[in-house]
Design a protein around this ligand. Structure first.
Ligand code: ATP
Ligand code: MG
Length: 369
């Protein structure tokens, strides 16, 4: 269900003529109207379908409305289903109280005023839609936080392994070599090969540290800015993936932006390209970066298989940490991410409004980091 999707409204009455009149009144709301002639039939619909509002006669021959409300409320799934009672006879406050205690939410008396009935049903239909959306968003959040924790764990495991198997081994080997070299004061001079070997091992350890810090945060981004960092990243990406890439930048001397914005765009492009590699089957990818008057826009297009409507609408369950993370980063800076089919392929576009963008001169930029 989305903001626009129809909800189901169940109308229960033993008199077909009344059902027809409710139908005529509610038709213009554009929701799904379902008719049931008895309490038993109503229960069957309730069990099969997701009902937003039940509209029912208080007095029906086989089962009165209050009894039906009781049965509905007993089922945990229907505890929040809205019920509107329609009553031909004047209901005392006590009768109404009886209804409210069953969780009933509203009453309407005959003759039914069409506008009033429509207004009441609209409120409950909207409430149902909003509740549903909230549940979906909650599910998305839960899903995202579980995935984030798993991703963080993976990252830590990977760094621990790199430290242990890479850096740790290199340093242990260098220590062994150094311990084999006789100390000062001994008669024998240290062997040139041993010194060279220790030096080489330490060089490798330094290299490992560089790679690791690089993976954690691309140093180029801080030093030379977004444009060069993206160019550097694309070269590496093409080498690793075999996917041809190109980048178009406007203006050609691209200004420095705030550190937050440069990082956000870099990470979004990085994730979009990772997705191109993992999911699209593309042979080529094009990246654009432009500083427009009121915003900064960047896009990643590929010539792969494209994406489904559900992903374009960011439907929960169809997107993962990657796209959710891109949206989050853009949103924090007041911007947005759009996904669409490029036929062939996919376009991921991010735009961030200019008010969060302060172009910075190189000197200030370096000083602020
Ligand atoms: N360029 C693309 N071409 C085709 N499908 C894509 C592309 N980008 C994303 N998708 C689809 O969108 C889905 C969601 O992407 P998202 O990055 O959110 O999650 P993921 O890549 O599956 O997992 P992760 O959470 O590790 O990023 C992908 O599973 C894939 O089906
Ligand atoms: Mg991804």
């Amino acid at each position: 269900m989305s903001m626009q999707e129809k909800v189901n409204i169940l109308m229960v009455d033993d008199q077909p003529a009344k059902l027809l009149s409710y139908e005529a009144i509610l038709d213009e709301l554009g929701e799904n109207l379902i008719k049931a002639n008895s309490g038993a039939e109503a229960l069957q619909f309730l069990l099969k379908t997701d009902i937003a509002v039940v509209l029912m006669d208080v007095s029906m021959p086989d089962l009165d409305g209050f009894e039906l409300a009781d049965m509905i409320r007993q089922h945990p799934r229907f505890q929040r289903t809205a019920i509107i009672f329609i009553s031909g006879v004047h209901l005392s406050d006590l009768d109404k109280l009886k209804g409210y205690q069953r969780g009933a939410v509203d009453y309407i008396s005959v003759p039914v005023v069409p506008e009033l009935l429509r207004a009441k049903v609209t409120v409950f239909a909207e409430l149902h839609r909003k509740t549903w959306q909230l549940e979906m968003l909650n599910a998305e959040l839960r899903n995202l936080s579980t995935k984030l924790i798993a991703t963080q764990d993976d990252e830590r495991r990977r760094m621990a392994r790199e430290l242990h198997d890479g850096l740790g081994q290199e340093l242990a080997a260098a220590k062994m070599v150094l311990e084999g070299i006789p100390q000062n004061g001994h008669a024998v001079p240290p062997k040139a090969e041993a010194i060279a070997e220790a030096s080489m091992l330490i060089d490798q350890a330094i290299q490992q540290v560089r790679i690791m810090s690089h993976l954690l945060h691309p140093p180029l981004l801080d030093e030379v800015g977004l444009q060069s960092a993206l160019q550097w990243y694309l070269e590496g990406f093409t080498k690793r993936s075999g996917i041809e890439t190109s980048i178009e930048v406007q203006p050609q001397e691209f200004p420095r932006l705030t550190p937050e914005l440069e990082t956000a765009i870099f990470r979004i492009v990085q994730e979009a390209l990772t997705n191109v590699f993992r999911h699209s089957g593309a042979r080529r990818a094009w990246v654009t970066l432009s500083r427009e008057e009121s915003q900064v826009v960047s896009s990643v297009r590929d010539d792969g298989k494209g994406i489904s409507g559900g992903i374009q609408e960011f439907r929960p369950g169809s997107i993962g940490v990657g796209i959710s993370g891109m949206r989050q980063r853009a949103k924090e800076l007041g911007g947005e991410v759009r996904l669409r089919n490029a036929e062939p392929g996919t376009i991921v576009e991010v735009s961030i409004p200019a008010d969060s963008v302060t172009d910075q001169p190189q000197s200030l930029q370096t000083a602020s980091r």
